[in-house]
Design a protein around this ligand. Structure first.
Ligand SMILES: Nc1ncnc2c1ncn2[C@@H]1O[C@H](COP(=O)(O)OP(=O)(O)OP(=O)(O)O)[C@@H](O)[C@H]1O
Ligand SMILES: Nc1ncnc2c1ncn2[C@@H]1O[C@H](COP(=O)(O)OP(=O)(O)OP(=O)(O)O)[C@@H](O)[C@H]1O
Ligand SMILES: [Mg+2]
Ligand SMILES: [Mg+2]
Lengths: 227, 227
């Protein structure tokens, strides 16, 4: 499904270079459920942004369903991103003066012109209920708790039924019970719907829900172990 | 040091009321190290914002060092907030187009007119080193990882040497090693410098570092247990 070959990413800040990914190679197969771990600042979000077509590598290849996409047009990457990938940001990235419901259904405005606005709204309310937040549908992000914002970001990533879900620390703001409910949803999506999941986490208990753990260390993939 | 008596907080959104705190009473003594726990949306950040003089209760009393401050002037509350309280926000609240170093030393511009700008800068660099981020001093928040931003927010809360530290989920974005380093710093501040700490966390392992755990449930304090 996805193959990264010898991927490098260096940020440049004027005259200063910040090398982060230093030759990442990895394969993600259809139906995988992978936990990505590594210390703070090791490059996990950087890797996720590249996987999610939100950023380009400095060098190296990104094969997506057989197509090399690291240097294709922005339009092509935006198409893939909107159609194929659900992304949960580490800092949520919700739209500020926008209700929880409208935040959740936002991706459908790019991809689902055939759905009636009533169907769209219904889908959004279903996702709100799935995450126990139907009573907060009209709240804006500043009127939600941290963990509620996180769940809205998760719901939004699922509204398009994406075949691939990239989740950057999706349970960091959740108590263990609420976190377990979210992981249970991910498990079901992976086992029943065959959705491929890459999940960044700092928590070993969360990582244990995945089928495989990949560790990032010094900008490369450390030897991975199965769970 | 701090006493809350029968504290209520209800948010009003037009015609809708959202009751959150429903009669919180608690005492925080000098030198306490308290972990505040409760499920997502239970009111922990709401309580922390009231403790930090960032928000006022709907009713009830807030006694701070013997002074009832829930209804005193904004100026008085701002004075207490700047001089006495270090606050670590759940979403960091760093200034966007501002370097890590400048973010850290920002509180000193309100409170430390007697320090030379060289001393201020030196203090900021010491805190950056304490958190292992001296090489990131010139990065803006968007050029930092989630856990690095969290550590900058933590450093900023300490720059004033506050007698009270309010930390809203300070390790959520940190791997266990980096999180342990932060908690070690908190431990030292509490044991050696006598700083009073209230720390919100979802993680039982983090809560175990505190001397006492307070649980918030259905808007009130559930029976607390020692650690
Ligand atoms: N735009 C940028 N410009 C310069 N450096 C950057 C930029 N974005 C990130 N970095 C640096 O790249 C490194 C990797 O960042 P990244 O966000 O990928 O880490 P991470 O593994 O997700 O960390 P965390 O667990 O703390 O979220 C960090 O040291 C960070 O300071
Ligand atoms: N400005 C607001 N207007 C209306 N409701 C609000 C507002 N801010 C918070 N709330 C609601 O108040 C409740 C408590 O929020 P709070 O942020 O205190 O929870 P929390 O315990 O910190 O949760 P988390 O663990 O997810 O951070 C939530 O249900 C939230 O939706
Ligand atoms: Mg990250
Ligand atoms: Mg909170």
């Amino acid at each position: 499904l996805i193959e990264l070959k010898n991927m490098y990413k260096t940020y440049s800040m004027g005259e200063v270079s910040v090398p982060v990914l230093k030759g990442i190679s990895l394969t993600i197969n259809n139906g995988d459920f992978i936990a990505l771990m590594g210390s703070s600042g090791s490059g996990k979000s950087t890797l996720m942004n590249i996987l999610g077509c939100l950023d380009r590598p400095t060098s190296g290849e990104y094969h997506f369903e057989g197509e090399e996409i690291s240097s294709v047009s922005n339009d092509r990457r935006a198409f893939i991103r909107n159609k194929k990938i659900g992304f949960i940001f580490q800092n949520f990235n919700l739209l500020p003066r926008t209700s929880a419901l409208d935040n959740i259904i936002m991706p459908l405005s790019y991809t689902a012109e055939h759905l009636s606005s009533e169907d769209v709204r219904k889908k959004g309310m279903e996702l709100l209920s799935l995450f126990g937040l139907e009573e907060r549908s009209h709240h804006e992000p500043s009127q939600l708790s941290g963990g509620q914002q996180q769940r809205i970001a998760i719901a939004r990533s699922l509204v398009n039924n994406p075949p691939i879900l990239l989740a950057d620390e999706p349970t960091g703001n959740l108590d263990s019970k609420t976190g377990e409910e979210v992981l249970e949803i991910f498990n079901r999506l992976n086992k029943q719907n065959g959705i491929t999941i890459v999940l960044v986490t700092h928590d070993n208990k969360v990582a244990a829900h995945a089928k495989k753990i990949i560790n990032i260390m010094d900008g490369v993939v450390a030897p991975s172990k199965g769970t």
